[in-house]
Design a protein around this ligand. Structure first.
Ligand code: Z15
Length: 829
């Protein structure tokens, strides 16, 4: 039999062409074959979109090859694996990123041009994969790129939403949400695994049964849904390793509604089956407002159950003792969203694998680690017990049991301090009895990570103080990072070429610390010249985009000043707009002579507001109202423009960030856990105007406070300022610009009233008034620096030179070595 199998394998091997080749001629044939046989268009006539489809299928073939090799190699090597669990991934486009990471961009570009197409144009055909909201979701995507590049044996798990984050369209200055039915045109980057399916159960009851004289709890579920795997290969750069992002889709299970079939209600039962699919239908577009919706909880459990079944099955294929689980598997919880995993693994180990509770709990705690992205306690996720109990009755029991044991242990340690016990309890006894998912995650993980140094300090001193005092060694921070592959190599090819040329190597693409080499060039005037040209090219690209999107013509000599991120009160886009109004007002009141000294600005704002977040939506409208006034004021001309970029997403970011001179990060100190946008701007030679919040503190450590524009109250001052309440002093200019809005200077007087109220003295929770003076000073400092190009360019170079520490490669290596305890597993070439 062995001989037979070998003969078969040899025959298979002889039938293969070997690995796919990457010379331009092969690639051309390959693309044409896909045009003809995959896209089913004639190879004599196909358009840019069809070229994109064929091209991406050709790239997909190469990804699959490496995906297989990596998988086989890891399976054989049996290292400890990491599973990164996240309900959100903001991957954006894949084509450019893939060909760059595969190292075959030039060959593809040549192949396409031989066929009469242009790579950049074809790449523009791709839509974004927007299976996430904002910072947290894009961080997951950057971290996947780093995990692959650093050869870690890791997989990501997520949900395959059919509707990604809504598309933002602006009508009359108001945000409208349009569904993002992104799979409509097909998705060449995923591989459907019709045979990788699991049943996920909901509802029902728990029954007690006796087995061998022992009592066991058995969950008798009421509804079954099927989870189908869709694999998305993630190629590393400069390595053959290609890891997997496995996304689950819900499908009706044949067990879904057997009853109804038997009673003859065929049509209705088919209609009912379809309900199953709604589970993975749509991404919740609100990144921190937890509304206790059943569908959301269903999504979370659907995700957790399918992922853990898959992970445990793979573990059991190679190991037969659960004691080995912590040596072979690390499970990472990206925020609390997947934290039902802790209850689910207990259910599997105790109910299904019949381990004793304490043994199972010991294993669970060793396997899980957790990152929190939230700062304030009010932002933490809670699930009403009633909801959880009806959907997942056995899990609720398990959660109570976990909590009971935890409380008993805690009493032994801290005594009967009931206030503290109730603060630390996983169960919150309030008007609505709920499960505190963060407490669960802390209790059930061996490591709790903050996303910046300052964030961890806040967690220790406030949000998780009680837990920190109990388990100080659990608490760590891993400052966020972003991948230089996407945020320089893909999005800013000119800067990429310039850096490689002057450093004499491309090694910085895998080792961002080498960017410090740019410090040696900070006085080199030839280098300065080229640096300036790169920024100019990117500003031209952005200016063209602005003109097509909004019809506003902008001057390339102006400072491009950008604030792009989700709209939130704490991020203070309103501070930016009020600052712009102030600038406008000042210019209006200047004489001709003074106007000559004004540094021209193009202010760019972009970002989505959660659909139910009224104040955020008013901020968007105000931005349009102010823009309309300023941009149509012929008296102002090029001295000041304001544009709102609609539908800010990953691919828009790739265009906007490289073209920015200045970027704004205005969160009230103590509110932004880390912030990652600033890192992307920094990598692109854009200067930062920022508060001392989140990761900015560490950015200052790296580039020095001389190389950015810092303003605003420090974290330590915020509480005191808030206490002052209505006795606070705010600058006259602040009152003046607010008055202008209130008086209807920009129209819509009544509509903006409630927005203005949020920053009125006594009500100004985010301290726009108290920070306004220092904000204007920082803006003035930026103006002053901009008219000294030499100085500005030096600051810009030093920003990029200091950005290496903010590569997600550093973050991931840190997690791997200190939290997950995993080693690289590099697939041989
Ligand atoms: C989100 O994008 C972030 C935190 C959250 O609690 C939620 Cl629900 C969504 C962001 C932080 O606001 C940001 O400071 C951080 O850089 C990012 O996560 C990644 O850690």
């Amino acid at each position: 039999a062995i001989g037979e199998r070998r003969a078969k394998a040899e025959r298979m091997f002889s039938l293969m062409d070997g690995f796919l080749k990457n010379d331009p001629l092969t690639l051309q044939k390959d693309i044409l074959n896909h045009v003809e046989y995959t896209v089913a268009r004639s190879r004599f006539s196909f358009d840019d979109f069809e070229a994109y489809q064929a091209l991406s299928h050709s790239v997909r073939d190469r990804l699959i090859e490496r995906w297989h090799d990596t998988h086989v190699y890891v399976k054989r090597t049996k290292p400890k694996r990491l599973y990164f669990l996240s309900l959100e991934f903001l991957m954006g486009r894949s084509l450019s990123n893939s060909v760059i990471n595969l190292g075959i961009q030039d060959q593809y570009a040549e192949a396409l041009s031989q066929l009469g197409f242009e790579f950049e144009v074809v790449a523009e055909q791709e839509g974004d994969a927007a299976l996430g909201n904002g910072g947290l979701a894009r961080l997951s995507a950057c971290q996947m790129d780093s995990l692959a590049t650093l050869d870690y044996p890791a997989w990501g798990y997520g949900l395959r939403y059919e509707y990604g984050l809504f598309r933002q369209i602006i009508v009359d200055g108001f945000q409208h949400e349009q569904p993002d039915y992104w799979l409509n045109y097909g998705n060449p980057w995923e591989i459907e695994r019709i045979h990788v399916t699991y049943e996920v159960k909901f509802y029902g009851t728990v029954e007690e049964v006796e087995m061998n004289g022992e009592k066991h709890q058995v969950w008798v579920p009421g509804e079954t849904v099927e989870a189908v795997a869709y694999d998305n290969p993630i190629p590393g750069y400069g390595t053959r390793n290609t890891i997997n992002l496995r996304l689950w889709a819900a499908k009706p299970s044949n067990k879904f509604d057997l009853e109804a079939y038997n009673t003859g209600d065929y049509i209705n039962s088919v209609v009912n089956r379809q309900r199953a699919e709604t589970i993975s239908n749509v991404l919740y577009p609100d990144d921190r407002n937890h509304q206790g919706k059943e569908l959301r909880l269903k999504q979370q459990y659907f995700f957790v159950s399918a992922s853990l079944q898959d992970i445990i099955r793979r573990f059991k294929e190679a190991h037969n003792n659960f004691d080995e689980l912590p040596d072979k598997v690390a499970l990472h919880l990206n925020d609390t969203h997947p934290s039902l995993s802790i209850a689910e693994i207990m259910r599997i180990l105790v109910d299904e694998e019949h381990l004793v509770w304490n043994k199972a709990w010991d294993i669970a705690c060793k396997v899980f680690s957790f990152t929190t992205h939230t700062v304030v306690a009010e932002g933490l996720e809670k699930i009403p017990v009633d909801l959880l109990g009806s959907l997942l009755p056995r899990h609720l029991q398990i959660l109570y049991e976990i909590n009971f044991k935890f409380m008993e242990e805690l009493k032994k340690k801290i005594g009967l301090d009931y206030n503290r016990l109730s603060r630390m309890s996983i169960v919150e006894e309030g008007a609505v009895k709920s499960i505190r998912m963060a407490n669960l995650s802390i209790v059930g993980s061996h490591a709790v990570n903050g996303v910046s140094k300052l964030h961890l300090d806040t967690l220790k001193m406030n949000t998780f103080k009680d837990f920190y005092e109990l388990w100080p060694e659990k608490f760590q921070y891993k400052t966020n990072g972003v991948t230089q592959r996407r945020w320089i190599v893909v999005s800013n090819p000119s800067l990429c070429a310039l850096i490689s040329k002057w450093l004499g190597t491309e090694a910085w693409i895998r080792n961002a610390d080498l960017l410090t080499g740019l410090r040696d060039l900070v006085d080199n005037t030839d280098f300065h010249q080229e640096w300036k040209m790169v920024k100019k090219v990117n500003k031209m690209r952005l200016a063209e985009y602005i003109e097509t999107m909004s019809g506003v013509k902008v001057s390339l000599d102006a400072m491009f000043d950008v604030q792009v991120k989700r709209i939130h009160e704490y991020k203070r886009q309103l501070l930016n707009i009020l600052g712009i109004i102030h600038r406008y007002d000042c210019i209006k009141n200047m004489d001709k002579n003074d106007r000559r000294k004004v540094v021209p600005r193009v202010c760019i704002i972009g970002g989505k507001a959660a659909p139910g977040y009224e104040i955020a939506k008013k901020i968007i409208k105000l931005s349009h109202a102010v823009a309309e006034k300023i941009n149509n004021d012929t008296d102002i001309g090029d001295l000041l423009k304001l544009v709102f970029i609609p539908d800010y997403n990953v691919s828009v970011a790739e265009l906007v960030i490289p073209g920015a001179d200045l970027s704004q990060h205005l969160s009230t100190a103590g509110h932004e856990a880390s912030g990652t946008g600033s890192m992307k701007f920094m990598m692109n030679g854009c200067l930062l105007l920022a508060t001392a919040d989140g990761s900015t503190i560490e950015i200052i450590e790296e580039i020095g406070s001389d190389n950015l524009f810092l303003f605003g109250a420090k974290v330590q001052e915020v509480a005191e300022l808030r206490e002052k309440g209505s006795t606070l002093k705010v600058p006259l200019q602040f009152a003046r610009v607010l008055r202008m809005v209130r008086d209807g200077y920009f129209g819509h007087k009544d509509y903006f009233e409630s927005l203005c109220d949020t920053v009125e003295i006594g009500n100004d929770f985010y301290l726009l008034g108290p920070d306004f003076g220092s904000y204007l000073e920082a803006q003035a400092a930026a103006d002053k620096a901009f008219v000294e190009p030499e100085k500005w360019i030096k600051m810009s170079i030093l920003s990029v030179a200091g950005s290496g520490r903010f590569s997600s490669d550093r973050t991931i290596q840190d997690y791997a070595e200190r939290t997950w305890k995993i080693d690289p597993c590099r697939c041989p070439l």
